[in-house]
Design a protein. Structure first.
Length: 506
């Protein structure tokens, strides 16, 4: 009888960059840690004319460059179970070739009928490949489970996402589909659940009674890095906010699940998304800010503007910065604003969640050097991963002069082994059938529906500004106006968790 975990892992788009940089190194790391089943095979599939040996040679080179775990002693043994099949994935008539190859390898290695299909392909293939697999019954679970891992983006807008959903769901069940978001594979994102639900000091404060607002920032210091053509069809809203950041917000805002079972957690995430207050298209200019980086000098180096990047139109209206204010209409969060922002060519690379607590009802020390009495809990996702609590302390000496101080914990302080990469964690979860960190259909549709008024307004209303911001700054100054309280602004973080704009040079 076949082992329930043994399987064949099929990668479509195997000659692409993602496969060599992320997927093969992640799967090899699992192999080294003995987290793969004893009976396991990997088949690379693409149009490129390669055979088993030439593909193995390419993957050995990739491991030499991108090996995540460091140990190279198992590479040759691992690659013995790596195979390659060239087909035209757009042509359904080519899929019997793949089916026969799978059957040959199953018999040769004594592997059961379990198969994972990973779509490491351009998004226009996300509907075609699952249909072609189904035409030849490669979705049939009568001899073992069949799973489909799909990269983002899942659609370009609500209409295209619904079309893609219908194409896939015509032949595949929800429990077979794993929509992968590498952000959710980060240890620090997962730690949001542990921080909230394993510590009794936070839960009583985690609501509208004690929290003033919640802020999520994901900043990149780089530009589009030669990917201008791709980015022109995406932009910051679709590339980062629609999936990564709104999923992080859902983890911050969700109710405690009844258990750690995948469906319990995903049910609570879905409830949050369904509670997002609808955005009025006529109000978009007041709650959503878009920007595009322009040329400037950073530390003496001249940086070109977005419109001067390769593949970018001279009159491009694609946003490289997006900020959004919105509300979650439920019992816990009613009336509390959430602010999210993301951008390229900002001062530093950083992703973090900031919980801004309300000030004390009567602040006694207003005249004693503490202009901002709001405590902050900073959950740093990357880099310098950790948690920071900012609170007021008396400055030694006479009187009651107050200064904000930090109490911090850094992930690097934990005396544990290496932290698995995001792809390593997510691929292993898919192999186990654990869908906790994968978005299900209703979530994806809910997020597209929520952002549709913004997408449509930015497309249709030509008088909504696209603000220019010099590369190396924190985006359009207009974004500061999103925050209601005139005495508050965004946190301007540095590379180091405990520093902010007051203490570090940008």
């Amino acid at each position: 009888m076949a082992n329930s975990s043994e399987h064949i892992f099929v990668i479509f788009g195997a000659s692409g960059d993602l496969t060599k940089r992320k997927l093969i190194p992640a799967i090899y790391s699992l192999y080294v840690q003995k987290l793969l089943p004893e009976n396991f095979a990997l088949i690379g599939v693409s149009r490129t004319a390669l055979n088993d040996e030439s593909f193995r040679s390419k993957m050995k080179t990739a491991l030499g460059e991108f090996n995540e775990i460091g140990d190279k002693s198992f590479e040759d043994k691992f690659l013995q179970n790596v195979f390659y099949q060239s087909i035209n994935t757009e042509n359904a008539d080519d899929f019997p070739i793949l089916k026969n190859r799978i059957e040959e390898i199953r018999k040769e290695l004594n592997i059961g009928g379990n198969i994972i299909f990973y779509l490491s392909t351009p998004p226009n293939m996300y509907g075609i490949i699952p249909q072609n697999l189904a035409k030849h019954k490669l979705n049939d679970e009568s001899d073992g489970w069949k799973r489909l891992i799909i990269e983002k983006p899942f659609g370009y807008d609500l209409e295209s996402a619904e079309k893609l959903r219908d194409e896939i769901m015509a032949n595949w069940n929800e429990n077979q589909i794993y929509r992968i978001d590498h952000y959710l594979g980060k240890e620090t994102v997962q730690n949001l659940l542990v921080t909230r639900f394993s510590n009794g000091i936070f839960e009583p404060l985690w609501n509208r009674n004690f929290i003033h607002h919640v802020e999520v920032t994901s900043a990149e210091s780089i530009g589009v890095e030669g990917r201008g053509g791709y980015y022109e069809s995406s932009g910051a809203l679709r590339d980062m906010i629609q999936n990564h950041l709104l999923q992080v917000v859902s983890l911050v805002a969700m109710e405690p699940p009844s258990s750690l079972e995948p469906e319990s957690i995903r049910n609570e995430i879905l409830k949050v998304i369904q509670s997002f207050r609808s955005i009025d298209k006529n109000d978009v200019r007041n709650v959503a800010i878009r920007g595009q980086y322009i040329s400037s000098k950073i530390k003496g180096e001249s940086i070109i503007g977005y419109r001067d990047e390769d593949g970018v139109a001279q009159n491009s209206m694609t946003e490289t910065y997006a900020a959004l204010k919105f509300y979650i209409d439920n019992w816990r969060w009613g009336g509390i604003p959430f602010y999210i922002r993301t951008g390229k060519r900002l001062p530093t690379r950083v992703t973090e969640v900031v919980i801004h607590f309300k000030h004390t009802p009567h602040f006694l020390f207003k005249k004693n050097g503490a202009p901002n009495s709001h405590n902050q809990l900073v959950i740093r996702i990357q880099p310098d991963e950790g948690i920071l609590l900012k609170f007021g302390m008396k400055i030694p000496g006479q009187g009651f002069d107050v200064q904000t101080v930090n109490m911090d914990f850094h992930y690097s302080d934990l005396s544990v082994g290496r932290i698995p990469t995001a792809y390593e964690r997510l691929i292993h979860d898919a192999m186990k059938g654990d869908s906790t960190l994968f978005a299900r259909t209703e979530e994806v549709m809910g997020l597209w529906k929520f952002l549709t008024p913004v997408i449509e307004a930015w497309k249709d209303e030509k008088d909504i500004p696209l603000y220019g911001y010099p590369a190396g700054t924190w985006g359009p100054e207009r974004a500061d106006d999103l925050i209601d309280d005139p005495n508050m602004t965004w946190r301007y973080p540095c590379k180091n968790l405990t520093d902010d704009v007051l203490y570090c040079e940008l």
